[in-house]
Ligand binder design. Structure first.
Ligand SMILES: C[S@@+](CC[C@H](N)C(=O)[O-])C[C@H]1O[C@@H](n2cnc3c(N)ncnc32)[C@H](O)[C@@H]1O
Length: 230
């Protein structure tokens, strides 16, 4: 079975993403009904990277979340630990600096990035608090962190509809479009088990990120958190 469990063993997470890599981006577009494009633009605006800055896009996968920085002439490092995802990315965007690395033990020096961002990756990391602290270590003083992650709808009827979609429709659609449909059962389970908006904000604060704020997208299906290294 090519899916991880909520234990999120790194070897299982790695091989699960290796197995979805080929159809990762198209499956995302279908399952989110095109919403990911809008969400990604909001993340890029929140990172607000300028030419001459160095951005770390962590758990970058195939590099879809890194592309807007490269397109804007910003130096971006796309780091991930799945060889399969990195290979798809390198083929599509040979101009982007793809680096194999584990978010819990980043292969970068202290104080080396002006901004760190992670889109739909933090939830998959076995010890997300350790990863948040590693991100803080490699960020320069004054740097910002921007996280996009699935979260919890705040309006209860919407939460009910969405939970139905997650647990029933999403795995069924994934069976038709993904190269590894069982991975999408893990997606649904891991979203449900993830902390809510305030819970994640508290994790950021606990490892040293300051002035933490978040914005809900699609009523809280996704939340974008931002914090600063002081
Ligand atoms: C859902 S994908 C997100 C990819 C990309 N950021 C995007 O927005 O499309 C999650 C990624 O997290 C990566 N990942 C999970 N745990 C990791 C870890 N400990 N270190 C590095 N990457 C990790 C997986 O390999 C996968 O490529």
């Amino acid at each position: 079975m090519n899916r991880a469990t909520l234990e999120k063993r790194p070897d299982e997470v790695q091989s699960m993403f290796d197995a979805v890599a080929a159809r990762y981006d198209i499956t995302n577009d279908i399952l989110s009904m095109g919403q990911t494009r809008r969400w990604r633009k909001i993340v890029v605006d929140a990172v607000d990277a300028k030419r001459g800055e160095r951005v770390l896009d962590l758990a970058a996968g195939t590099g879809t979340s890194s592309e807007p920085y490269a397109d804007a002439g910003v130096s971006v490092v796309a780091c991930d630990f799945s060889t399969g995802m990195l290979e798809v990315g390198k083929k599509r965007r040979p101009d982007i600096d793809f680096v194999k690395g584990d978010a819990m033990n980043l292969p970068f020096a202290d104080n080396s990035f002006d901004a760190v961002t992670i889109s739909f990756g933090l939830r998959n990391i076995q010890d997300p608090r350790l990863a948040l602290s590693e991100m803080h270590r490699v960020a320069k003083p004054g740097a910002r962190l921007v996280i996009a992650e699935f979260s919890h709808p705040t309006f209860s009827p919407w939460r009910t509809v969405y939970t139905e979609y997650l647990m029933r429709a999403l795995p069924a659609i994934a069976t038709k479009v993904s190269s590894n449909p069982t991975a999408y059962q893990y997606l649904a389970e891991s979203i449900r088990a993830w902390p809510n908006q305030d819970g994640l904000a508290a994790w950021l604060d606990a490892v040293g990120w300051r002035d933490v704020q978040y914005r809900n997208l699609a009523g809280g299906i996704v939340a974008v958190h931002r914090g600063f290294k002081k």
